[in-house]
Design a protein around this ligand. Sequence first.
Ligand code: KIV
Ligand code: ZN
Length: 404
Amino acid sequence: MNENSERVIIFDTTLRDGEQSPGASMTIQEKISVAKQLHLLGVDVIEAGFPVISPGDFQAVASIAEQVKGPTICALARAVEQDIIAAAEALQTAEKKRIHVFIATSDIHMQHKLKMNRNDVLLKAVAAVKKAKTFVDDVEFSAEDAARSDINFLVQVIEAVINAGATTINIPDTVGYATPEEFGFLIKEIKRLVPNISQAVLSVHCHNDLGLATANSLAAIENGARQVECTINGIGERSGNCALEEVVMGLKTRRDIYQVDTQINTQQLLKSSKLVEAVTGMRVQPNKAIVGKNSFAHEAGIHQHGVIANRETYEIMCAQDIGFESNEIVLGKHSGRHAIRLWVKKNNLNLNDEQINQLSQEVKLLCDKQKQIDDVDVFEIVKALGIDERIPFEATQFLGTKRW
Ligand code: KIV
Ligand code: ZN
């Protein structure tokens, strides 16, 4: 990290918003193991749960507060006393603690959900921040559905909660409605219009209903947001939240544009993704950006030729930076002789050009019949063709485990 550059705080909400994904609930032990992995990953803030909603959530937050030292541990609370007290109690043993209070500021939420007018919401927001401040210094305030709120009212609420002691102001796009240009502009306007905004960190929390959560978060950072709320694998309510791995690698890979750093150890990204996949049962799609199993896999002959000559022809990131062992050359019907030649070399076989051609043709024929092939299949073709009897023993050790 460059000492003079600005830093973006990574606030992970996998254990709170992420767990709100249908079917993603985790046991307390699972949550503790995820929190420990998030610590290794280097996140700044772990939102560990919403203590008032269940004894299990309370216990999970309390256990994480006790066992995970380093990151700030955060607990969520509605702008009501009972929630704030539960959050404070659950966080008691945390080394660094934050209470995160929220209330909706959009007309549709105030009218139909809260059945409150603007003035009531403003008073409740201020009272909630003041109450949280009696327990902790670090108080985050979220204006739920901020992206669909009237900007003048939003500005008024933000100014008032900062005066009440909020140290982080979070702007959620709760329903994933905003577009990147619009959301970036909202952040810019908040910075311009809220007179005391420099006394708080401006944060964003984007949902992915239109597939724009990462783009919106990056647009917000470009316009001055300095905390981003995100989840591993992008899990979360409905279509999920901004994916931590995407926003972090977006900032790192395009540092030329964003010029900010995070303190994430990116080599822990894959491990974190796999752990969250395992404990939630929510499978990561193969083409998921950054951590999908195809992220660094090349099957098309033209791409394989390019990558074998120089990885950067088709890769903008390095597989090892994410935690993969290496990139992959996948043998499939689109593969060319360059890939076969590489496979042959890696497996210490001794084939001439004619034999490589033969093997290549047979691989294509097999790929027309089955979706994927692995080392076992290719070795079987080699054997069937009788083109090399000397398959080294070591090369057979991982048969069936490695996809090509
Ligand atoms: O999406 C949302 O608005 C939230 C808030 C509680 C921050 O999750
Ligand atoms: Zn959310």
